[in-house]
Design a protein around this ligand. Structure first.
Ligand code: BES
Ligand code: ZN
Length: 620
């Protein structure tokens, strides 16, 4: 039986350029061209940004200034930054704030506009006075109705991949790292939080000061403002959530401190002080975002049974793979996500055992196979190293970077052995902490530190094929989950005529249910669907992962009793991973498309711009 959880209740009520490394505070610049940034960090590079911003919920804007410290490397008379849709009123240079001139490059709908600021050669600080646009792509402004508590508005940012420039003028490529600080003013009684040192307490006057003392890439700058409170979960872990979400959040994230301890034991000390999670409203477009010190998370992982906490392990793992050692450009995205998926699974194995971890791995591998089929086995989009020139980096956010990347590392582990692998990965993180990494540099490091001239090992791994070649390489390490095998057997039995009530589903976790549903073919009869629903209560499930797979069947079979719940789901959940496949399935038939268009008209304002962009293309 599926556990009912109160999320459904909530949903129902809701309705109405260059790489930089920092060693001992000296920055070393290695030019790398970044096709998604206009900045010229090889000439003058940002070292610190101080933000002073007022959060204006009436106008849906941030307004104030960004004071930018930079290092003039070549003696240039310009500082070049990325901007998109920013309204800049004035720019000054120097501590004494002398007004200076600036110009914009041509506007590109994806990349925005280069901002070139004229600077004197001995200047190392500029102050940009600006406000954001009410439609800034990174920022989502929610009405009180769209929150769990329904009392106060909420706003959050999502900067990855190239959206930081829509709320902060900066060098918006992952290869540039800088420290940041901020003075944020928001309405009284709301709490402001950033990917920085937060002091966990509500400031009644609405003023907050933040400091991020370690250098981070621009895509890791983040801000959230809402009616949230803090609850400690361990020595350096805790959760922020709206008061009505707090109890469930505390229960769900009970193992967070254990995860931090397990991760540190694997790959070295946690570098960021605290690790907290904020539970956002359901319109958050992703499952999670690894904003340093403060992971942003979707409430859809609160299943009531702790079954979806691998996402926390994932975002936590980014504290090493991504936040510490950062992909130099979005073409190198697999270095962030592949390592993180591998690391996530190691954390899950440590906490919940090999069988559980194998189950997650096999589910992922099946998704990878599907994606490769969709993209085409010879498509260059199935290479680990991507080529995203003139494309949205979002195009690279699929199972290739994540799961092909992960299975590359699993394959390496299977060849060299876990002991050697662990030493290598730990050394890789330690030696490149606070630096960025290109795929090329990774290959050199890999050859030097792991292969060490051993041609037998090198031939077994076939590194270049993995990185610059298509599809799923023949030497891929195969996982076989015994738990999932049982679930697929039950699916087969059901198809062969065993009644739902006679299936052996005792003790199944979310993952077995997902595998079961994925092993049933599209186009079940209405009677089969009704029988499954009656026995297992899928339609009223509060588990969004299960619901999403279930709705795939109900859509394909046009099973009308699930339609109202599907509508509620689409109106309330903005997580792209769920809503994109659902809209995709709906638009396959004329009836489905009409339904999708009708629901989308109401749902669209509640989706974040990155989700709107994808769904607009689908339903229109
Ligand atoms: N950093 C990503 C989210 C992301 C990637 C946002 C690229 C924008 C552009 C995050 O760590 C992530 O991978 N989230 C996944 C969760 C996961 C467990 C695979 C998600 O949101 O589904
Ligand atoms: Zn990730």
């Amino acid at each position: 039986m599926l556990k009912f959880n109160s999320l459904v209740f909530i949903f129902i009520t809701l309705i109405s350029s260059c790489t930089m490394s920092t060693t001992n505070n000296t920055q070393m610049i290695t030019p790398v061209s970044d096709v998604h940034s206009f900045a010229k960090p090889e000439e003058a590079v940002i070292t610190h940004i101080h933000l002073n911003l007022e959060v204006n919920f009436e106008k849906h804007i941030l307004e104030g200034f960004a004071r930018i410290n930079f290092k003039n490397i070549t003696g240039t008379s310009h500082l070049t930054l990325d901007t998109r849709d920013l309204d800049i009123s004035k720019i000054t240079q120097g501590e004494e704030e002398q007004e200076t001139t600036f110009s914009f490059g041509e506007n590109n709908p994806l990349l925005g506009k280069a901002l070139t600021i004229d600077v004197e050669k001995n200047t190392s600080v500029v102050t940009v006075y600006y406000k954001t646009s009410p439609t800034a792509a990174a920022l989502m402004w929610l009405t009180a109705e769209q929150t769990a508590g329904k009392q106060f508005p909420f706003m959050f940012s999502q900067s990855q991949a190239i959206l930081a420039r829509t709320w902060v003028p900066c060098q918006d490529g992952p290869g540039v790292k800088f420290t940041y600080s901020a003075d944020i003013t928001c309405p009284h009684s709301l709490m402001a939080l950033m990917s920085a040192e937060n002091d966990t307490l509500l400031h009644k006057d609405g003023t907050y000061h933040f400091n991020m003392p370690q250098p981070v890439s621009s895509y890791l700058m983040a801000l959230a403002v809402g009616d949230v409170r803090f609850h400690s979960l361990g020595i350096n872990t805790g959760v922020y959530a709206e008061p009505v979400m707090m109890e469930r959040s505390i229960y769900e994230f009970d193992d967070m401190q254990k995860m931090v301890n397990a991760a540190s034991a694997l790959y070295g000390e946690y570098a960021w002080g605290r690790y907290d999670v904020i539970v956002l409203p359901p319109s958050f477009p992703f499952g999670g975002m690894e904003n340093p010190r403060l992971t942003f998370a979707t409430p859809t992982i609160i299943a009531g049974d702790r079954s979806l906490v691998a996402l926390v392990a994932h975002e936590l793992a980014h504290s090493w793979s991504g936040n510490l050692v950062t992909n130099a450009t979005w073409n190198d995205f697999w270095l962030n996500e592949g390592f993180t998926m591998y690391f996530e699974n190691r954390i899950m194995e440590k906490l919940y055992g090999r069988d559980y971890a194998d189950m997650l791995d096999e589910l992922g591998f099946n998704e990878l196979q599907e994606t490769v089929k969709e993209l085409g086995e010879t498509s260059i989009d199935t290479h680990l190293f991507l080529s995203l020139k003139d494309r949205d980096p979002d195009d690279g956010m699929n199972e290739i970077a994540y799961i092909k990347g992960q299975f590359f590392l699993k394959t390496v582990e299977s060849v060299v052995g876990r002991e050697k692998m662990d030493v290598f990965v730990k050394k890789y993180f330690t030696e490149h902490a606070f630096q960025s990494m290109t795929t090329e540099k990774f290959i050199a490091y890999f050859n030097e530190n792991l292969i060490q001239g051993d041609t037998a090992i090198s031939n077994k791994i076939q590194l270049e094929k993995w990185i610059y070649g298509p599809g799923i390489p023949a030497n891929t390490f195969r996982v076989k989950s015994t738990l999932l095998e049982k679930a697929s057997t039950q699916a087969k039995d059901f198809l062969a005529g065993t009644l739902a009530k006679d299936l052996d589903t005792k003790g199944w976790s979310t993952h077995e249910w997902l595998h079961f549903l994925r092993n049933l073919p599209e186009g079940l009869t209405k009677a089969q669907i009704a029988e499954l629903d009656k026995k297992f209560h899928f339609t009223p499930s509060g588990n969004c992962e299960i619901l999403c797979d279930w709705f795939q069947h109900t859509i394909a079979s046009n099973y009308l009793p699930a339609e109202a719940q599907l509508e509620i789901f689409l109106l309330n959940v903005g997580r792209r991973k769920f809503i994109v496949p659902l809209y995709k399935s709906l638009v396959k038939t004329a009836e489905g498309k009409a339904f999708a268009q009708k629901v989308y008209t109401y749902a669209r304002p509640g989706y974040h711009s990155v989700a709107q962009q994808t769904i607009d293309e689908l339903v229109n």
